[in-house]
Design a protein around this ligand. Structure first.
Ligand code: NDP
Length: 241
């Protein structure tokens, strides 16, 4: 039996690795993205994975996009809430727009995406929700009050919803990556990366997107059925929870 998985932000970075790993594990995969058609087209050409464009910060767009995925690919049994953005600024300079964009995408996006698939998962008595939070939601990060608040919120969402899904065969878990070598992190100036960030990582390197993807494949599997409301910290030994 081949299950259907939907990965938000599934065409680039960590999400692309997750989409590909789930495909390789035998899932029918749909990869959502926001607006970078060039990257999505290249990803589709390279992997053969179906891509679907909508903005996870809009509830209506999510409901409509999910309906398209379910019609084209199948009922969503595994949802990976991976889409995320940064709008960094020190708090005294942070604008309401920077706050709002990050909260709406990184936190409200989880509600927008999960709510439309929840009833179907309850009806089928099976579901896997996997939320990609962040080490910075666990420890807080200066310059990222918006991002840290949203990612910490993702962990509260995970723990509360896990309790609601448990009796219905639905698990809800989170992964908190540390610094992973995607465009989001490569955008950090090289000097800051080499002199400030990497020296703080005990394993002495950035993580690879595939190292997060393998955690997702495990949490999606039947083998992980007793794990719910949990957080996997995958950060090279930088921070333990
Ligand atoms: P990237 O910037 O490389 O990719 C982000 C993906 O999310 C893209 O596919 C993008 O689509 C999509 N996306 C962004 N906004 C939206 C939106 N509103 N609606 C739909 N899709 C959207 O990010 P990463 O791979 O680095 O990060 C993935 C996740 O992992 C994020 O949640 C991030 O916060 C988290 N994370 C990353 C870490 C890292 O070190 N990289 C560390 C800890 C957590 P498009 O291509 O169209 O722009």
């Amino acid at each position: 039996m081949s299950r259907t998985a939907l990965v938000t932000g599934g065409t680039r970075g960590i999400g692309a690795a997750i989409s590909t790993a789930l495909r390789d594990a035998g899932y029918k995969v749909a990869a959502n993205y926001a607006g970078n058609d060039e990257a999505a087209d290249a990803f589709k050409a390279q992997t053969g994975i179906a891509v679907f464009k909508w903005d996870v910060s809009s509830y209506e767009a999510c409901a409509e996009g999910i309906a398209r995925v379910e019609a084209d690919v199948g009922p969503i049994e595994v949802l990976v809430n991976n889409a995320g953005i940064t709008r960094d600024a020190m708090f005294h300079k942070m604008t309401p727009q920077q706050w709002g964009e990050v909260i709406n995408t990184n936190l409200t996006g989880l509600f927008n995406m999960t709510h439309p698939v929840w009833t179907g998962m309850r009806d089928r008595s099976f579901g896997r929700i996997i939320n990609i939070s962040s080490i910075n939601g666990q420890k807080g990060q200066m310059g990222q009050v918006n991002y840290s608040a949203a990612k910490a919120g993702d962990l509260g969402f995970t723990k509360a919803l896990a309790q609601e899904g448990a009796a219905k065969g639905i698990t809800v878990n989170a992964i908190c990556p540390g610094y992973i070598g995607t465009e989001m992190v490569r955008a950090v100036p090289e000097k800051v990366l080499n002199e400030r960030i990497i020296p703080q990582i005990p394993v002495g390197r950035l993580g690879e997107p595939e190292e997060i993807a393998r955690c997702v494949v495990f949490l999606a599997s039947d083998d992980a059925g007793f794990i719910t409301g949990s957080t996997i910290s995958a950060n090279g030994g930088q921070f333990f929870v």
